[in-house]
Every structure is written in structure tokens, then in C-alpha cells.
Design a protein around this ligand. Structure first.
Ligand code: SAH
Ligand code: SF4
Length: 355
């Protein structure tokens, strides 16, 4: 074996094949898999049911650490932590960890992870879009963000992650193979053991990939970044809409809902004077009427590099009221971590600009 194996990228079957190549029995593979994917182990020395010699052999042939925290900021205003990770090739990515206190005492911890180091889709309002295309994250880098976040939860006394959302940097459906593999690892009973209902993929609306995802045996929740209700407006904000206009996108969404029984969340970031009028609300209602849909209104994050301003809160409330009165499910997601640059692509962009 020449190159070291990234253990975090291996599913159980591959892990068993790997230990076999070392001449070890398969139960060792199962032990190692659970160290890696259940306990999120980042250090061979912690694998206490392996002998010292075995740990040395393992370290000679494999590695565990795929992402390294280079910056970690905790919001003073709300329970949000932002991580900047560096990868082996020197690139950086971001993740956000959020604690949601619940009245019933079952607090939820959600981690928003990145799927690429940039994004080629160039949405006009998006910090990651301004970075341009990056590369796909490996499976190890995808799951590594979650394991590092869990480790941090342990250190600060938060419950372990209950929800994972692919809503950080990049377009997860452009990194389909690795994202699907990471989902399977998060669902695995010897891994994080999360159900598909606690895993959410956010996409700008790549139709063929949405259709492929609908075929998955244990599909994730789906969030569509909609942000506009007419083709004209959406194409101006999101170039991807020229390739997959609303009619095609909604046809794919119906397939997803019919196959999976899942209600789709439509993300609608509110940009002042761009998509926040009562006419926009009416168009959104017409577009979603009769669909199994939930509208998530997000006060936009202002980023100097994109220049879109958030709608004022009165406008957002009026917009939400109109949607609610139409009978559609709607919520307003107040942006977290405003004081720590927790918007998509924001921390990385700040670092790169030396601000
Ligand atoms: N590429 C995927 C997932 C990553 S983007 C997608 O587009 O869905 C995560 C979310 O942040 C998307 O809903 C995106 O539209 C939103 N977003 C990007 N820039 C934003 C901004 N400036 N204000 C509010 N939301 C923004
Ligand atoms: Fe890419 Fe999503 Fe940003 Fe659009 S919103 S540029 S698809 S990361």
C-alpha cells in the first residue's frame, strides 16, 4: 500500500476490505468503523480496544484527520458557533453549529456543513458564489465537519448533533456521490444513526439531481433555494434558473414529494426592493398553491461583496402574513450569528480580503 487511506471516507464494506488487506479479522473492521463514524475519533491513540502495535500499523496505512479548525467563533448574542476549517490542500471551508432550545427539554443541535470549497453557480447575492468554483469535498471532509462539531459540543456542554443540513458553502448536488455516501454514514446504525428526517439537503434547484435523489431508499429532507417566484426575477438572481426554469424545477419537486412523501421547504431570502413586495408574495402564493410546501423566509445577510440589503422586519412580517392567510405554511428564520459572520461564505471571504 503506497498512499495512506482516508478512513473517514470508507463505508463499512470498504473498511472491512481495508482491514482484510492488513490481514486482520473482520470484527476489527467493525470496531474501527464505529471508532471513526460513531465516536468521530480523530486520533488512533483513542482506539483503546486495539493494541498499541495495531494502532501503529493503522497509522502507517491510514489517516483520520481530514479537517482542522483554524478559527472558531462563538456568538455573544445567540447559541451559534462558526468554524473555519483548513483542508489538507490548504483550502478553507466553513460550518455553523446552532443550539435550539426546546420547551420540552429536547434541545436540538444542528450543524450546517459545506459541500464544496466554492461554488460555480454564481447566485448574485451569495458570498460563496463570489468565490467561484472550488472543488468537491471528500467524504472524509464532509463527515469530518460533523465529527469536529460534535467534539466541540462535548467541550462546551451542548448535546450531540441531532440535525445536519447541507447548507454551507457550495452546491451539495454537484457533489452527489460523496454527499450520498456521507448521508449513508450519518444514517448508519454504527455511525451517527440519524434518520433521513434529520438530514437536509439544500439546493439551488438542479433538476436531474433532484430526480436522482428521489430514487434514494432513505431520502433526506429537501430545501429548495427559491428566492423569487417568476422566471424573470429568479434568472436575474440565480443563473441556474436559465437552465432549469421554474416549471421544470416544480415538476421535479412534485416527483420528489410523490416518491418520498416529504414536504419540501422553499427558502426565500428577502432582499430589500428586489423580491419583497406584496406582488412578489402573491406570485409566490400562486406558484406554491396546492403543493406540499413550507416557506422559510430569511432576512437576507448583507454582504459588501454582493451588495443586497435585507428587507426590513415590518416588510417581512407583512409578507409572511399574506402567505399564511393563503393557507400555506410559512416561518421566518431569523439569521443567527450576525456578530460572527455566520452567513454562507462570509467568514472565508472576510479572511481572504484580510478584513
Ligand atoms: N447551494 C445550496 C446550498 C448552500 S447555500 C443552495 O443554494 O441551496 C445555503 C443557503 O444560503 C441557500 O438557501 C442560499 O440561497 C442562501 N444564501 C446565500 N447567500 C445569502 C444571503 N446573502 N442572504 C441570505 N441567504 C443567502
Ligand atoms: Fe452556490 Fe448555493 Fe451560493 Fe447559489 S446560493 S452560489 S448555488 S452556494
Amino acid at each position: 500500500m503506497s498512499e495512506k487511506v482516508d478512513l473517514r471516507s470508507l463505508n463499512l464494506e470498504e473498511c472491512l476490505t481495508f482491514v482484510k488487506s492488513l490481514g486482520w479479522p473482520s470484527f476489527r473492521g467493525k470496531q474501527i468503523f464505529s471508532w471513526v463514524h460513531q465516536k468521530g475519533c480523530s486520533d488512533f491513540s483513542a482506539m483503546t480496544n486495539l493494541s498499541k502495535e495495531q494502532r501503529i500499523v493503522l497509522a502507517e496505512h491510514a489517516f483520520l484527520r481530514t479537517v482542522t479548525i483554524t478559527d472558531c467563533q462563538r456568538s455573544q448574542k445567540d447559541e451559534t458557533v462558526k468554524f473555519l476549517f483548513s483542508l489538507a490542500d490548504g483550502q478553507t471551508i466553513e460550518s455553523v453549529l446552532m443550539l435550539f432550545r426546546q420547551k420540552d427539554g429536547h434541545d436540538r443541535t444542528t450543524c450546517c456543513i459545506s459541500s464544496q470549497t466554492g461554488c460555480p453557480l454564481g447566485c448574485k447575492f451569495c458570498g460563496t458564489g463570489t468565490l467561484g468554483a472550488g472543488r468537491n469535498l471528500t467524504v472524509g471532509e464532509l463527515v469530518g465537519q460533523v465529527y469536529a462539531a460534535n467534539q466541540h459540543c462535548k467541550e462546551i456542554g451542548w448535546p450531540f448533533l441531532s440535525n445536519i443540513v447541507y447548507m454551507g458553502m457550495g452546491e451539495p448536488l454537484l457533489n452527489m456521490t460523496n454527499v450520498l455516501k456521507s448521508l449513508a454514514l450519518f444514517r448508519h446504525t454504527e455511525g451517527q444513526h440519524l434518520s433521513g428526517r434529520h438530514l437536509t439537503i439544500s439546493t439551488c434547484g438542479l433538476v436531474p439531481q433532484i430526480l436522482a435523489l428521489a430514487e434514494e431508499e432513505n431520502p433526506p429532507e429537501l430545501a429548495i433555494s427559491l428566492h423569487a417566484a417568476t422566471d424573470e426575477k429568479r434568472s436575474a438572481l440565480m443563473p441556474v434558473n436559465r437552465k432549469y426554469p421554474l416549471a421544470e424545477l416544480f415538476a421535479a419537486c412534485s416527483v420528489y414529494t410523490n416518491k418520498t412523501g416529504r414536504r419540501i421547504t422553499y427558502e426565500y431570502a428577502m432582499f430589500q426592493g428586489v423580491n419583497d413586495s406584496m406582488e412578489d408574495a402573491q406570485q409566490l402564493i400562486s406558484l406554491l398553491r396546492g403543493k406540499l410546501a413550507h416557506v422559510n423566509l430569511i432576512p437576507a445577510n448583507y454582504l459588501p461583496q454582493t451588495g443586497f440589503y435585507p428587507s426590513d422586519s415590518e416588510m417581512i412580517k407583512k409578507f409572511a402574513d399574506k402567505i399564511e392567510k393563503s393557507g400555506l405554511a410559512v416561518s421566518i428564520r431569523y439569521s443567527r450569528g450576525q456578530d460572527i459572520a455566520a452567513a454562507c461564505g462570509q467568514l472565508k471571504a472576510q479572511k481572504e480580503q484580510g478584513r
